[in-house]
Write a protein of this length. Structure first.
Length: 224
């Protein structure tokens, strides 16, 4: 995509799965964004939302092969969560952030804010993040749960915090490294699974229902 007012600045995904490792910008076939883009034509004026990929050099990842290209015609790597011809009718701001995480014998404690809204939960996992309505909104507090000594081979994840609007996400992080099976309402949530640098898994669920969702329940188990 080219930004309005400047044909030199572009917002894009990676164009191959190898470069996309760790960023997860590629748009899956049949996903919400895939269907939105399928209804567009080249040259359409569009509105979009999502998040920039984090870069080590300039904080936002840029894909130019040369320094000149990065300075004069930058191409920023971006994960799209919504694309359309009309401005989004943004819902009213939800109530103040409040997560109620069901975690068995686990306790929870508040940590300081961070920019990517991650939740650090050791196996067996049980964590969530509240999605933000825009990339400029202040990040929600993180939640960290005390680790267990003996990892379980199955468990349940529950989110019952502030309402999640259409197109925003709930994230369960630090899931076990083994191959996992997830059971959840696929008519309400679109999944993305990412492998963290330490081998643990991150499950991101995007709301595909109009309006607000007030809970998200996921069962998981390690496959042999």
């Amino acid at each position: 995509m080219e930004l309005s007012g400047s044909s030199r600045i572009k917002i894009k995904t990676w164009n191959n799965s190898l470069s996309d490792i760790g960023d997860d910008t590629l748009i899956p076939h049949g996903s919400l964004v895939y269907n939105q883009v399928a209804n567009l034509s080249q040259g359409d004026m569009v509105y979009f939302s999502g998040r920039f990929a984090s870069g080590d050099l300039d904080y936002i990842k840029e894909s130019s092969m040369t320094e000149s290209g990065a300075m004069n015609e930058p191409e920023f790597i971006f994960t799209f969560t919504n694309v359309g011809k009309q401005p989004y009718a943004l819902p009213e701001k939800p109530a103040p952030f409040s997560n109620n995480v069901s975690s068995g014998e686990e306790g929870s404690r508040q940590q300081s804010n961070n920019s990517s809204i991650p939740i650090d939960v050791p196996a067996p996992p049980d964590m969530v993040t509240l999605p933000s309505e825009s990339s400029n909104q202040e990040a929600a507090p993180a939640i960290s749960l005390t680790p267990q000594q003996t990892p379980s081979r199955s468990g349940e994840l529950h989110y019952q915090g502030s309402p999640v609007p259409f197109g925003e996400v709930v994230v369960f992080d630090n899931l076990p490294k083994e191959r996992l099976k997830f059971v959840f309402d696929r008519s309400a949530w679109d999944p993305t699974i990412k492998v963290n640098p330490d081998g643990t898994k991150k499950l991101t669920l995007t709301s595909v229902k109009q309006g607000y969702q007030t809970r998200c329940d996921v069962s998981w188990e390690i496959l042999e």
